[in-house]
Design a protein around this ligand. Structure first.
Ligand SMILES: [Fe+2]
Ligand SMILES: [Fe+2]
Length: 399
């Protein structure tokens, strides 16, 4: 049992080294998937992890890393991720979840090899128990792995800490949009219940502390571009909506429309969506069908609501410009609906800064804002474009 004094020191250690431990373990597990054999990068990652563990285990101590509901804990102290950690935290949480790992106990003395073997065992094992026997077969006595643990949800998240909630929301949001995309790809009707809950929470969070969650939209993932893009477009759209004083319920509707704006892309193979080179004319033709495909998919939604209708409009119109150019060609050319106009700005900003348009090289945020400024009144609603530029130009810091 720790007393209060050692408790404070322990918490300090978790704050200082906890995120490094999760990051370095995550990197180590990732590296096992990239390299066939142990190489220098792995040895480096393992020795960094070993030195992160040092303050906890020293010469004869023990540390237990737990994962509960996607959050990491060292003993009972939550490991907080900062903005740059989200990718690694999410990856490791995903690996733990897939293999039903809840606890990882690490005991001194440990060596680089033990940690490398641990990473391989996590990657190679199907379930916690199997990983444990893999480890035992290698006589790695200092490491034990246990199955999933469940806590009362309230314990795992301090709801009063807006920034902590924002970090969690981004991670949960990514998982929720991924689920929608996967089920849409399987041809199932869209079930947006989970995403709707996340969007409500994002709206609340942005109303409290706009800058922090907006900072997450700088996160780009090449592999998972579509998921980050869906979520980023929603966050940026809600940010604009807040600045034009849309009431809370409208912000949620706007967020849902934004998150689903590219749902039609679920008809496009991932190999084309993630193609690193420029798209050829066949790819482009397929791409340009997504606004209409999105409407078709949304029509299959189980309970048709006003959110579905707004989402259909955003899907249909987000590539139709303010001057009515763009696609798809509609018989009656009219200026898109206000939600679609908001989504189109947020969409363009995120796509350009991710390098996902035409030339596939990313624009800097500054150049993208300049582009939006130059095209305002032509491609974009001039009033909304001004609001957007002001929002991001004043929000460069995320810490
Ligand atoms: Fe689109
Ligand atoms: Fe988009």
């Amino acid at each position: 049992m720790r007393d209060r004094k050692t408790d404070d020191a322990f918490k300090e250690n978790v704050a200082r080294y906890g995120r490094l431990i999760v990051n370095h373990l995550s990197i180590l597990v990732k590296l096992t998937g990239i390299h066939g054999s142990i190489n220098e990068a792995m040895i480096n990652a393992a020795s960094r992890l070993l030195s992160d563990l040092e303050p906890f285990i020293g010469e004869e101590g023990e540390l237990s890393l737990k994962m509960v509901e996607g959050s990491f804990f060292i003993e009972d102290v939550r490991v907080k991720a900062s903005l740059s950690d989200v990718d690694n935290f999410e990856f490791l949480a995903g690996e733990f979840k897939k293999r039903r790992i809840g606890v990882l106990a690490l005991r001194a003395p440990l060596q680089n090899d033990d940690l490398i073997y641990l990473a391989y065992s996590i990657k190679g094992g199907v379930e916690a128990s199997e990983i444990q026997s893999l480890l035992e077969s290698k006589l790695t006595k200092g490491i034990a792995i246990g199955g999933p643990i469940f806590f009362d949800k309230k314990d795992s998240l301090d709801m009063s800490d807006t920034r902590e909630v924002a970090t969690r929301l981004y991670t949960i949001g990514l998982a929720a949009v991924k689920e929608i995309d996967i089920s849409a790809r399987a041809g199932k009707p869209i079930n947006a219940r989970k995403v709707k809950r996340v969007i409500h929470a994002i709206v609340d969070n942005i109303l409290k502390d706009e800058a922090y969650l907006l900072g997450f939209t700088t996160l780009k993932s090449f592999e998972n571009y579509l998921y980050n893009h869906m979520l980023n477009t929603a966050i940026l759209s809600i940010g604009i909506g807040k600045r034009i004083n849309l009431p809370r319920n409208q912000l949620s509707r706007l967020g849902m429309a934004a998150v689903l704006h590219d749902i039609g892309k679920a008809e496009i193979p991932m190999s084309i969506l993630n193609k690193p080179s420029e798209l050829d004319s066949n790819d482009l033709e397929l791409m340009m069908r997504h606004p209409v495909d999105g409407v078709r998919m949304l029509m299959r939604t189980k309970d048709l609501s006003d959110i579905t209708v707004i989402s259909m409009l955003a899907s249909l119109e987000h590539h139709i410009n303010y001057d009515r150019s763009g696609y798809p060609e509609l018989p009656n050319k009219r200026i898109p609906n206000i939600f679609s106009r908001i989504v189109s700005i947020a969409d363009c900003y995120d796509a350009l800064t991710s390098g996902k348009v035409y030339k596939r090289t990313a624009y800097s945020p500054e150049n993208t804002l300049r582009f939006i400024h130059d095209k305002s009144g032509k491609l974009f609603d001039p009033v909304l474009a001004r609001v957007f530029i002001k929002m991001l130009a004043g929000n460069n810091s995320t810490e």
